[in-house]
Write a protein that binds this ligand. Structure first.
Ligand code: FMN
Length: 190
């Protein structure tokens, strides 16, 4: 059994190229969301919102992402490689969780975002305790757009904050790329 320190240190993002294409059980996705829901929130606003895509819904999502890219002002930079990558989502990914943050108006918006990030960290840490399930938070592919908000079924008080892309991996990276701790501690009171 991994200790909490090991889970935190070994937690890594895993990306599309890492995924085998094998599907993860829905029970694990449910566990990820149960654990995400344990995050703290100021004034108990519970601002995190999730929408799970798999199977035919994941196929539709990948097509919507392609369509969104084609509609952008810089659509000319939407390369064939990027298109092929998006179209491979249904085959390579297992599930995608649409991430939203509900604005309660009771606390500053940044606090709702902070709470969502803590919920997403719970997803990351739960995955770190699993040998073959992995993923990462993506803030590309229409993140924040009206079309993606609606696709996720989020109401008008909820902002779309990206995607958690999930897949099965044969083996995991655990090594972290981090600057020395001293670099981020600006002052120590002695
Ligand atoms: C708010 C947030 C947004 C992110 N968005 C993206 C993204 O759009 N694309 C991507 O490749 N990785 C994204 N990541 C994942 C980071 O690339 C990843 O966390 C970083 O490379 C460090 O790797 P580690 O998670 O294994 O420590 C995001 C992470 C966070 C916290």
């Amino acid at each position: 059994m991994l200790t909490i320190d090991q889970i935190i240190h070994q937690r890594r993002s895993h990306f599309l190229a890492d995924f085998s294409g094998e599907k993860l059980p829905d029970s694990l996705i449910h566990r990820l969301l149960e654990n995400a829901h344990q995050a703290p929130s100021h004034k108990a606003t519970f601002p995190w919102r999730f929408c799970v895509f798999s199977g035919p819904a994941l196929e539709r999502l990948s097509l919507e992402m392609v369509h969104w890219q084609e509609q952008q002002a810089d659509a000319s930079s939407f390369s064939p490689e990027k298109r092929a990558k998006l179209l491979s989502y249904p085959e390579k990914l297992s599930h995608v969780i649409g991430l939203g943050v509900h604005q309660s108006g009771k606390v500053p918006a940044w606090e709702e975002d902070a709470a969502l990030a803590m919920a997403v960290q719970n997803i990351y840490l739960t995955l770190a305790s699993e040998p073959h399930a992995a993923g990462y938070w993506s803030t590309g592919n229409g993140t924040g757009s009206e079309i993606m908000r609606q696709l996720c079924g989020f109401d008008e008080h909820t902002l779309h904050r990206g995607w958690f892309l999930l897949g099965h991996v044969e083996s995991k990276r655990t090594k972290a790329g981090r600057p020395p701790l001293e670099q981020v501690i600006l002052e120590i009171n002695r």
